[in-house]
Design a protein around this ligand. Structure first.
Ligand code: HEM
Length: 353
């Protein structure tokens, strides 16, 4: 059947209207994503911006949190036991290369070690099937807050000039008290090698039969933790931890056992302030072996994002709201710091001779 022909003027107008709708729609989508249409919405920009107190400038070129750290390489020696929980290749018995980074939970890359309570580790374990398991863990046994929104409010309160801001935050978030108690009483150690690191967020492992298991994981140090007073750590120097781990790994590889904890039905899976009871099933799945300390500024950790949602098939995120919020925030931080590379210049030229 023949279509009635439209006049050329009407079809030009129609095309212009269509272009306007597409451009308007795209602009609206950008405005929504940037949070301009809803100034109260928690966006990655706002979340990452909250690490910098009002009026301050972040140290350019650095991670916006956990900015101080030291890179390493090593292997994950899988013992095969994790295959009962997940079909990911990383749980088949074997050795897989690891890139990792010990770090301190501070936005200040020059912070003195004894001023930072939370220590962390970033890990990337690669497998021959081309997949990766990225993870970023910390040493407290639970997180200070239950939701990304509360984390944002905590950052705003801690950066506030109001004398009572943190008091008011703690009063509005009773779950924060347990973390405060841990921070005030847990012993400090003088080595990253003596720390236990915990995923805190829960994830889902899918086994070969398709069955799902809600899990958290930790790495437990082979080295015996030796408690040390904070003042004694301060006396050893502001960068003692990276000097110590460099010497220690030069002397011998350092090991951690990776343990996966499986939730019972009904355990809180969406709230990292709530540790699961001690009697939950645990599976030792292998050993992390740190073999070589790598340069921080010029080394392989500089341009990696230890995004906790980069998971191999056989693992996925759960109803825990943190990994998605973290992924968006880490990406924002990564985009900022890589664009600022000239403010944190490499000491070794990467130009090929
Ligand atoms: C909403 C909550 C959180 C926010 C907004 C946040 C934000 C950030 C940011 C911006 C970075 C720097 C990323 C980069 O530039 O590569 C970072 C790094 C890190 N975060 Fe978080 N984080 C959150 C929760 C957590 C949790 C729950 C953990 C551990 C259980 C954690 C552990 C770490 C570690 C270990 C690093 C350092 C990774 C590295 O060496 O690159 N964070 N975080």
């Amino acid at each position: 059947m023949l279509q009635p022909r439209r006049s050329p003027a009407r079809s030009v107008l129609g095309s212009l209207a269509l272009i306007a709708v597409v451009i308007g729609g795209t602009a609206a989508a950008f405005a929504y994503t940037a949070g301009w249409l809803s100034p109260e919405r928690l966006t990655p920009t706002r979340l990452v911006g909250a690490f910098t107190p009002p009026g301050g400038t972040p140290p350019l070129g650095h991670r916006r949190n956990h900015a101080k750290g030291i890179c390493f390489t090593g292997i994950f020696e899988s013992n095969g036991a994790g295959a009962a929980l997940s079909q990911a290749q990383v749980f088949s018995r074997g050795e897989y290369p690891v890139l990792g980074r010990f770090n301190l939970g501070t936005p200040n890359p020059d912070a003195a070690d004894a001023t930072v309570r939370v220590r962390g580790i970033g890990l990337r374990i690669a497998t021959p099937d081309g997949q990766e398991w990225r993870s970023a863990m910390i040493d407290p046994p639970f997180f200070p807050v239950s939701t990304p929104q509360a984390f944002y409010e905590m950052l705003i309160a801690s950066g506030s000039k109001e004398a009572n801001a943190m008091k008011a935050f703690a009063a509005a978030h009773p779950e924060f008290a347990a973390f405060e108690a841990w921070a005030g009483s847990a012993p400090w150690t003088g080595s990253y090698a003596e720390e236990r690191f915990n995923s805190l967020n829960s994830f889902i492992f899918v086994d070969a039969s398709g069955a799902e298991h809600v899990v958290r994981w930790s790495i437990l140090p082979a080295a015996q933790p030796v408690p040390i007073a904070k003042d004694e750590l301060a006396k050893r120097g502001p960068d003692y931890l990276e000097q110590e781990i460099t010497e220690r790994v030069r002397g011998a590889p350092q090991r951690w056992t990776m343990v996966v904890t499986v939730a019972n039905p009904g355990d809180p899976t969406a709230d990292p302030t709530k540790a699961w009871p001690e009697d939950r099933r645990t599976v030792e799945v292998g050993t992390l072996i740190v073999q070589q300390i790598q340069a921080e500024r010029d080394g392989p950790c500089r341009d990696i994002n230890f995004d906790p949602t980069v998971l191999p098939s056989g693992m996925r995120t759960s109803d825990d709201p943190f990994p998605a919020a973290r992924s968006a925030a880490y990406r924002r931080s990564y985009d900022l710091r890589t664009a600022e590379a000239k403010d944190y210049p490499r000491t070794v030229s990467d130009k090929k001779p």
